[in-house]
Design a protein. Structure first.
Length: 109
């Protein structure tokens, strides 16, 4: 690879690291408000509620792990695997939004 491609990949990686890091700020609010999903009596027995709440709670583990892994790969100059690794938390957010939207769309009105 030439130097310009390495610089572009490096810049992209740093931008994605910042985005994932910033995504932990609204996560704190989402984690707090997700506790209210269990307010209704018997809601702790609903599988659908657990499937929406547990991914919120484990997101920082995934985000921090992928950030650390991508930084390690970046220092070893393995930029493409580092980009793939840091894209995992962003893909998880998009997947969660899609699945939640589908779930809410299936609810009776």
């Amino acid at each position: 690879m030439d130097s310009s491609k390495d610089n572009k990949l490096n810049t992209t990686l740093v931008v994605m690291l910042v985005i994932v890091g910033i995504s932990l700020i609204p996560w704190a609010l989402a984690a707090f408000t997700s506790l209210f999903a269990f307010d209704a009596p018997g809601s702790e027995k609903e599988l659908s509620i657990w499937l929406m709440v547990v991914p919120i709670w484990i997101y920082p583990v995934i985000a921090v792990g992928c950030m650390a892994g991508s930084i390690i790969l970046m220092r070893k100059t393995r930029l493409r695997p580092a980009l793939i690794m840091i894209a995992i938390p962003l893909a998880a957010i998009v997947l969660w939004i899609i699945c939640t939207g589908i779930y809410l769309g299936l609810q009776p009105r």
